[in-house]
Ligand binder design. Structure first.
Ligand SMILES: [Zn+2]
Length: 389
């Protein structure tokens, strides 16, 4: 038989072998599924139907019958915790810690679980103690993440920075934007204590960590302004137009004040007019209009308002303008224009910021959502405005 004919016989043989292998796997699978107690399936069903109380009852009964099953104990503990029954979760997890037969990984997992239980119950000292004890391995990064949250909750910003740096090393991921926020918090504490030199030092460190971050730049401008260093403040705040122009609206008042002190308000107006062409925010439009009214007079300011109406995509801004100026802006009286400004301000107060993460509505800009505690979730849009909280 030549080579080609051998292969003609070999192909059906391979097919047969594959079919047999598949038969064996299926048979094994059926055997294994028969070995799974029906109570497991019952518990799983309750979980899938989000009936946690019933699932807990089933798993607790199972764990009594199978006290050696470590995984089952972890499952019961997790369910207690997610059900808000922290004391029962703690009892299960601490029971696991007392067992001498755990592997290193299981022991780390149990230490982490106890730390998390204490964290959830608000017993931060005990939580910190356990979370610090989690050894290297796959649970280390989770423990460090929880430790950061713990320190943030307690405003212990120096420790938060240290642990975030450890987490960066352990996970290989960058936490630069969070570290930058923590450093701004440290700076803010020094500023409150009257130590502006240290406050500025920490803001510069923050910018070194995350050069694109708007918050340290804004805070630096505010501290410099408070020291009367208006030119330097203007320099820092106008950096935002290069790095994160949408935040300029948040510092428009500070910029106007600095220019006012230096007698260069006209420069500020020119700058704002250029910025509006690049990225207009509601606040910037209002401020520019008000400055134009003050420095250039009503006719020029009304021309500017007409331009806004033609160019802005911010319908919210357009509606009060349109309502107040009605048909011909050139003939609008001072009272009409005052009304226009008032309506724009009113609109500003009614508008809310929405958290990208949880949808929480706020009337001021927050760097950290008060509801879900996530950083940088209030993304500024063209209608963004107000002073950061
Ligand atoms: Zn949120």
């Amino acid at each position: 038989m030549d080579f080609e004919n051998w292969w003609l016989l070999a192909f059906p043989s391979f097919f047969l072998l594959g079919w047999l292998a598949a038969k064996i796997d299926v048979k094994q699978l059926i055997n294994e599924s028969k070995n799974i107690p029906s109570t497991y399936i019952e518990g799983l069903n309750f979980l899938l139907n989000e009936e946690r109380d019933k699932a807990i009852d089933v798993l607790v009964k199972l764990s009594v019958n199978e006290p050696d099953s470590v995984e089952l104990q972890f499952a019961v503990g997790s369910l207690f915790r997610s059900n808000g029954e922290i004391q029962r979760a703690l009892a299960v997890h601490q029971g696991l810690l007392d067992r001498p037969d755990l592997t290193n990984a299981q022991r780390n997992r149990a230490v982490l679980a106890v730390g998390e239980d204490f964290f959830k119950s608000g017993m931060y000292d005990r939580a910190e103690d356990f979370l610090k004890r989690v050894g290297t391995g796959k649970y280390k990064a989770v423990a460090l993440r929880l430790l950061i949250d713990l320190y943030v909750n307690q405003n212990e910003w120096h420790r938060a920075v240290d642990v975030a740096n450890q987490l960066q090393l352990a996970s290989g991921q960058s936490y630069a934007s969070e570290v930058a926020h923590f450093m701004v918090e440290i700076s803010s504490q020094h500023h409150c204590d009257g130590d502006d030199a240290k406050a500025i030092d920490w803001l510069r460190k923050s910018l070194n960590v995350d050069p694109q971050a708007p918050r340290p730049r804004i805070a630096l401008g505010q501290v410099l302004k408070s020291q009367g260093r208006y030119l330097e403040a203007i320099h820092e705040l106008t950096q935002l137009e290069l790095e994160s122009s949408s935040f300029i609206g948040l510092v428009s008042d500070a910029l106007i004040e600095c220019h006012d002190k230096l007698g260069t308000k006209n420069q500020c107006l020119d700058k704002f007019k250029k910025l509006i062409d690049l990225s207009s925010s509601h606040d910037l439009l209002v401020k520019t209009f008000e400055m134009s009214m003050e420095l250039e007079g009503q006719v020029t300011a009304c021309d500017l308002a007409r331009k806004f109406l033609k160019t802005t995509t911010d319908v919210g801004w357009a509606i009060p303008i349109l309502e107040s100026i009605k048909n011909d802006i050139a003939e609008a009286s001072t009272a009409d224009v005052d009304l226009l400004i008032e309506m724009a301000k009113q609109y500003r107060q009614e508008e809310a910021y929405i958290c990208d993460s949880c949808g929480f509505l706020a009337h001021a800009h927050y760097w950290r959502c008060p509801a879900c505690r996530q950083w940088d979730t209030y993304t500024l849009t063209s209608s963004a405005k107000g002073v950061p909280a």
